[in-house]
Write a protein that binds this ligand. Structure first.
Ligand code: FRU
Length: 492
């Protein structure tokens, strides 16, 4: 990743940040750096922000603290890409150096209006959170325009301290804005505002009010249309665990339903967790010009131990995913552009799986694997990866539990976590095993693993810090079979 040659100009805070990046890039590294995922050039990354298409490319902004690998006063870092796979570092877009945001430029979104790219973000001053605008006519340098939704536009029952993460979209003659909030009683809420020009906003309604099952607010709301439905996303803090769902300290959920934007009402038909793994938060979507809904999310989790911090960086993004609805349920597929980076194809068919099967040339840490398992009569059947000696991570089907399990407890390193989280080493999901078959598509990128089950029926995302490149299949308590397998190196 090289600094962009146009890293001059910008506000005082962004200039300092860019100088710091240029001088410290070389010091950041370590064995865990990804190759085809967006990561901070130095320092800390959390939520994706302002994900959009403008000026002939895709823009990804993100919550950024350049000066160290832990969360601190928030900037907006900036990447652009043509294909969601190769990321070009751009000058820092926002720094907390304005009169309304000196304690942070928190998460938000972007919108293109009259040929300009507007950023809508949460400006933080002390314990007050308001929503502000910034604008750019070249997609590189941003000028702050100040607060557009002050605290007095909040309903009386809402806390001024927790009002953030504006997501703007257009419907008819209005721009609508969703923001996370919380009532004085502690109910997490999603609020809707509207405006004709992005500057003058009015409150419309409450799209979601929680019955005190979260321990905080609904962070990072998002909304898109798909197959005649509206799908609302949100990241509630401390959402109550429901059997195998919502096991992380902070969860990300989707709600399928219908938005009545004029009235400020969302009629929910179905709700579920978006990703059943360990490291997935604050997803944000954009609609591409070719009609796809593409989602990106932070591939980390709050209140955990971050093993990469010792190498000067923390946090990265998932490989963006295309979203669709099938029978009212969310399906996720990796962006199709990733297939342009496939090299060295390997194929296998009809391989019986014993207690340990290694297949010739099926190994590596920057790879894509696609396979279908015939689950046979095995009690447990699956795959181990990042394997070396005793250490590995594994994803397998457990017949007794009837779940797919992602187990990273043997990676040789413990991820400490929030006391409210039961562990940070095993997650499970339930998927169809019709015909006794299960398919997996797995992406490994040095220290990450993204699993798409049954063509995206469910996904499991997690970072894995075991450093081996071994891959093996295993069946326990019976036999099973790999019906077919493809493996590719991903080379960017
Ligand atoms: C979510 C979040 C947002 C906030 C941002 C601060 O991860 O807590 O609610 O805007 O991170 O970095």
């Amino acid at each position: 990743m090289k600094p962009n040659s146009s890293m001059t100009g910008g506000s005082y805070g962004t200039k300092i940040a860019d100088l710091y990046i240029v001088h410290n890039l070389a010091a950041v590294g370590g064995g865990s750096r990804h190759t085809y995922h967006a990561m901070p050039p130095v320092g800390w990354m959390n939520d994706p922000n302002g994900f959009n298409e403008a000026f002939g490319k895709y823009h990804l902004f993100y919550q950024f603290y350049p000066y160290g690998p832990s969360w601190d006063s928030m900037h907006w870092g900036h990447y652009t890409t043509q294909d969601f796979v190769k990321w070009k570092l751009e000058p820092t877009a926002l720094a907390p150096d304005g009169p309304d945001d000196s304690d942070g430029c928190f998460s938000g979104s972007s919108v293109v209006k009259d040929g300009k790219l507007y950023l809508i973000y949460t400006s933080v001053m002390g314990d007050r959170q308001t929503q502000s605008l910034a604008v750019s006519s070249d997609g590189v340098r941003f000028e702050k325009l100040g607060v557009v939704i002050p605290s007095d536009l909040l309903p009386k029952e809402c806390l001024k301290t927790d009002f953030r993460d504006p997501k703007v979209f257009r419907r008819g003659k209005f721009y609508y804005l969703l923001a996370g909030s919380m009532s004085e009683k502690g109910e997490g809420m999603i609020l809707e505002y509207r405006s004709e020009d992005l500057f003058a906003w009015e409150f419309v309604g409450v799209l979601r009010r929680d019955d005190l099952t979260t321990r905080g607010i609904y962070e990072c709301p998002d909304l898109f249309e798909c197959g005649g439905k509206d799908v609302m996303l949100a990241s509630p803090q401390g959402y109550a665990t429901d059997d195998w769902r919502f096991e992380n300290v902070q969860s990300s959920i989707y709600m399928v339903g219908k938005l009545n934007a004029e009235k400020g009402e969302f009629k929910k038909e179905y709700e579920d967790e978006i990703d059943g793994g360990f490291d997935f938060y604050a997803p944000q979507t954009m609609k591409t010009k070719d009609g796809r809904v593409v989602m990106i999310a932070w591939m980390q989790m709050w209140q955990r131990f971050f093993p990469t911090a010792k190498h000067g960086w923390t946090g990265s993004m998932i490989l963006p995913r295309e979203l669709t609805l099938k029978n009212g349920r969310l399906y996720q597929a990796p962006v199709r552009e990733i297939e342009r980076y496939r090299w060295n194809p390997i194929h296998f068919n009809n391989v019986k799986i014993g207690s340990r099967n290694e297949l010739t040339k099926v190994s590596g840490t920057k790879i894509e694997l696609l396979f279908t398992l015939d689950l046979g009569d095995a009690k447990r059947v699956g795959i181990k990866f990042y394997q070396k000696g005793e250490h590995d991570a594994r994803v397998y089907y457990d017949r007794e539990k009837d779940r797919v399990i992602f187990d990273r407890s043997r990676m040789g390193l413990e991820i400490t976590h929030d006391p409210d989280e039961k562990d940070a080493s095993v997650r499970s999901v339930k998927v169809s095993t019709e015909g006794n078959l299960l398919s997996m598509r797995i992406f490994l990128d040095v220290s990450s693993c993204e699993v798409f089950l049954n063509g995206g029926e469910r996904t499991m995302t997690g970072n894995v810090y075991a450093e081996g490149d071994g891959i093996s299949f295993f069946a326990e308590g019976g036999s099973a079979k790999i019906v077919s397998l493809e493996k590719y190196d991903i080379v960017v």
